[in-house]
Design a protein around this ligand. Sequence first.
Ligand code: ADP
Ligand code: MG
Length: 698
Amino acid sequence: MLDTPIVYLKGIGPQRAEVLKKELNIFTYRDLLTYYPFRYVDRTKFSTIKDIHDETQYVQIKGIIDSLEIVGLKQAKRLVVQFRDNTGIIDLVFFKGYNWMAQKLLVGKEYVVFGKPTAFNRKFNLAHPDIDLVTDDLLSQQSAFQAVYNSTEKLKVKGLDSEGIRKTIRGLVNQLQPQHLEETLSDEVKADHKLIDRYSAFKYIHCPDNAQQLKDAELRLKFDELFYIQLRLLKLNKVRAITVRGFVFSKVGEHFNDFFTNYLPFELTNAQKRVLKEIRLDVGSGRQMNRLLQGDVGSGKTMVALMSMLLAIDNGFQTCIMAPTEILAQQHLVTFKELLKSMNIEVALLTGSTKAKERKLIHAKLLSGDIKILIGTHALIEDIVQFNNLGFVVIDEQHRFGVAQRAKLRAKNNVPPHMLIMTATPIPRTLAMTLYGDLDTSLIDELPAGRKPIKTLHFMENHRLRVYGFMREQIEIGRQVYVVFPLIKESEKMDYQNLQQGCDNIVHEFPPPKYQVSIVHGKLTADQKEFEMQRFVKGETQIMVATTVIEVGVNVPNASVMVIESAERFGLSQLHQLRGRVGRGADQSYCLLLTGYKLGADSRLRMETMVRTTDGFEISEVDLKLRGPGDIEGTQQSGVMDLKLANLALDGHILQLARQAAQSVLDEDVNFDLEKNKVYEKQLAFQQQNRPNWSKIG
Ligand code: ADP
Ligand code: MG
C-alpha cells in the first residue's frame, strides 16, 4: 500500500500529484507519510485582539465579521475584512482569491481565524489567515497539537497549504492499518529502548492527541533514522574486520628504536603515547587498520604519523603521507628530513610541480622499494604511482579529501595498507560517529607541555590603529605576524582588491627597510608562494599577508600573532584553524579578530565563541548549531543529509543509544542469521537500493 502512487490518494488527483512530485519529491504514499510537520500549534487556545504584540508568532481568535469590502486598484486590489472580538478589531486581508472569499464569508457570523499578525501602518492585521465558521464539529476537532507543514507558493495555488497538506495526510493516516507498516526494529530493541511501534509512531507524529504521544513518536522515528545509519557503518567496520586481511607488523625494530632513543626531540605527550599504542595494537592484530586520528591544531599528529611509519619500515614496508596542499607537503618534507637526518631512510616528495625527470626517478625508486617514505599531494594517487610494497598510508587533513581518494590509496597494494586518517577539524562527537562511524577513532586531547593558551581579542574596524600598534610591539620583541584576508569565489574580484588595499595599508604602516612583508595568495605560482613562505619561515620578513592558503598546517613557531581581517566573513571552524597557526612556540600568542562595526547575531556569537574558548570541540558544537550539518564538510555524501527528523546538534543522546543498539545487534549476529534480525537485512537492502550514494562510503 505504501508504494501506491500519490495520485490515487483521495483528494489528490493528477494536478496535485504533479506539484507534489515537482515541489516536494513526493511520489508515493510512503513519501507523503514521511513528510513530517515542522512544528505544532495549539489550536485549543484562543487569544484576544488586544493582546497581540510585536513578538506574537501566531494567534487564534474567535470573533465576528463586522464588514467586508474589496478595495484598491489593479495589483493592490484586495479584500479587507473587519473582524471583531470582545477586546478590539483587526483587519483580515486577502490579496488572492478575494472574489471567492468575499462570497463565502458571512457578515455577522462567528468565525475562528488563525494566522500570523503583521504590523502595517502601526496597526496589526492578518494576511491570508485560516478562517473557519464556528460549528460544534470545528471546536471538537481543534487539537492542542495541530501539525504545521511547510508548503510552497505552487502548492498553495493547488490548495495544498499547510492546512491542505494536513487534511490530506490525516486522510492517509486514517486509512492506514498496522499491517501496512512493516516494523523496522526487532521487539527486543523496541523493548530495550521503550520505543513505540512504527504504526503508532506515524500516526502520532502527524496527529498527536497529547504531548506524550508526540514525544514517543519523535523518539521512535529519530531512533530509526540514526539506528540504520549506525547499523550500516558498524556492519561495514565489522565485516571488514572479519574479511579483510591486514599486514602484520610483528616487531618494533631498529629504525623505530633508534629514533625513539636518539632523535626524538621532545618527550611525547601522554595522548601521543596512547595513540601510538592503539595503532600498534591495530597493526599487530592481523586486520587492516582504518583509524581516524582527531587532534586539535598543534597537538602533534605529525609525530604520531612519523613514528607509525617507522614501525612499518621496520617490518619491510613502504609508507606514504598525502597532504591537501603543496605548501603543507613541503612542510612535511622539511620536518621529516630534519628529524631523520642522521638516519638512513630515503624520503621523497611528489607533487604537481615535481619536474618530469625527477618524477621518473621517483617512480622507479618506488617500484624498486628504495624510497621508504613518500610525501605528496593528490599526485600520489595517480595510477602511474606504484609501490613495491606499500604498507602504511597517512592522510593528513582528511576533510580536504573525498572518499574516492581514500579508496585509491587503499588499492595501491594487493592487500590494503593500513590507513591512518588525520584531521585537525574537530567535529562534534555526534557528527564524527555518523561521518566516520565505520572507522576506529583515536583522539589527541592534550597539547604539548608548556604551551600557553592563545589570547583572542575582538576589535571593531575603528580600532584598527590599536591593532597596528600591537603588531609593532610584538615585532619589536622579535615575533612574527600573520595577517589573513578572506577570499571566496563568489566575490573574488572584490576580495583581491581588498587584499591589495590591505597590503598597501600594511606596507604603509610598516615601511621598509625596517619592516619586510611577505604576500601569499592563490594567484601566485607554486614557486612564488614557496619563495615568499620561505622568506617568512627564515625570519627575513616579519609580516605575512595571506589569503586562506595558509589555513592548513603551516608551522612557524616564531609567528605568535594572527590578525584576521573581516573576521565576520569566516566560519567558526575556519577561524579556529587559522588561529591554530600561532601558539606553536613557547611565547604567549595572540589572535586578533577585526570586524565591521555592525554585526548580525550569528557573527557576534562566532566572535564571542572565539574569544571565550580555544577548545576545538566546543567550537565545533557551536558551529554545528549555527550552520547545521549540511554545511559542514564531508556531510553531503554521508547519509546525514537524509535525516528528516533527527538533528545531530540536538539528538546526541538518541544517537548514542541507537549506536549501542546497532552494536549489540551486530555483536550477536553480524550476518543477520537469527530470525529476529531478518528485518535488518531487508531494511538495509531496501535503503541501499533507494540511496545509491551510501555504497560509496567507507
Ligand atoms: P598538528 O597536530 O596540528 O599536525 P604538529 O604535528 O604540526 O601538529 O605539531 C605542532 C608542533 O608541536 C610541532 O612544532 C611539533 O614539533 C611540536 N610537538 C609535537 N609533539 C610535541 C611534544 N610532545 N612536545 C613538544 N612539542 C611537540
Ligand atoms: Mg598537521
